[in-house]
Design a protein. Structure first.
Length: 325
């Protein structure tokens, strides 16, 4: 991507702007579901960016439902806490999946509660499914994630911001995960099929840093490498530009997507192997947010100073499909 055409370089220089979450609101105000697709779940900066986008949608676009991936066992309790104040948010976040057990997530959950205290007649909810069996394959995970969003939307009429992973929330039918050799339809593709343009996929990508394992510079053949060379430490770029883009840019945006996607068993020595591929880039992603340098999230610790074991109902060996991607 670093060898892109001059027309593409010029377009990026003019269209990419500093990341300011309220600036996304006009394009998202009419969406039914906004999927936030993080390339790396365990970085502070990408977590804070997703939370900032979600807060802007709640505050300025009327969104009243937040889906936190990784809370299949704790979502109902989190919803009860943010709507009524009942329960212990620390224990609920700590009992969620590993990538959710962070100080950043706890701060966001507490913000949702504060918002609802100030707006008791128009609360923001935490999306959850009651008594659904835990999916044990990646294909089942994708269908389950989309189904929960669609059922919540049908039942409540609320617009949903879905805080998720790159694997799930980009629009890929199919999309392939490497080095796992897993190919299938993403939850984002299911949502696009059901909602059309009312599903908006935002990819959140990173340049380099630690998460906490080292994250080397983006390989040149990954889409976000073009963004990592712009003079903006954090930026946002619309990809749903249609006829407004010059012909060379349109051709570039229609090339197949290849983008970093850090998942289980990540090995920094083989960082380039951890990626996702899908159809045309501007069909898989509507908007991209890129942050050049990242640091690890702050893991929640119990009073003894150690990270607790997860408290949840038992899963089968297929539960790896639910781990961070």
């Amino acid at each position: 991507m670093s060898r892109r055409l001059p027309e593409v370089s010029s377009w990026l220089d003019h269209v990419a702007v500093p990341f300011e979450p309220p600036g996304l609101v006009p394009a998202l105000r009419e969406a039914a579901v906004v999927g936030l697709a993080a390339a790396i779940r365990t970085t502070r900066e990408l977590n804070l960016a997703t939370h900032a986008i979600a807060r802007s949608l709640v505050l300025h676009a009327g969104f009243r439902a937040v889906y936190l991936e990784g809370t299949i066992d704790t979502g109902a309790g989190l919803d009860r806490y943010v709507t009524t104040g009942a329960g212990d948010p620390f224990r609920l976040v700590r009992a969620s999946q590993g990538f959710v057990r962070t100080a950043e997530t706890l701060e966001f959950v507490r913000w949702l509660r504060e918002y609802n205290v100030e707006h008791p007649d128009d609360p923001a909810r935490v999306v959850h499914a009651d008594d659904d069996p835990a999916p044990v394959s990646l294909a089942a995970v994708e269908d389950h994630l989309a189904d929960v969003d669609l059922r919540w939307r049908e039942r409540t009429g609320s617009s949903i911001v879905h805080l998720g992973g790159m694997t799930h929330m980009i629009v890929g039918d199919p999309r392939t995960l490497s080095p796992y050799s897993q190919t299938g339809r993403s939850a984002g593709a299911v949502l696009r099929g059901a909602l059309g343009v009312d599903y908006h996929a935002i990819a959140l990508t990173a340049g380099s840093g630690h998460a906490p394992l080292p994250v080397p510079e983006v390989p040149e053949d990954f889409f976000e490498s073009a963004l990592d060379r712009l003079p903006l430490p954090s930026l946002m770029l619309p990809l749903r530009v249609g006829a407004a883009a010059p012909p060379a840019v349109s051709r570039w945006l229609r090339t197949p997507l290849r983008i970093r996607c850090v998942g289980p068993n990540y090995d920094p020595e083989r960082a380039a192997d951890f990626h996702l591929t899908a159809g045309p880039t501007n069909e898989a992603i509507d908007t991209i947010v890129h942050i050049q340098r990242v640091t690890p999230t702050s893991q929640l610790l119990d009073p003894s100073g150690t990270a607790p074991a997860r408290v949840s109902r038992a899963r089968t060996s297929g539960s790896r499909a639910l781990e961070p991607r």
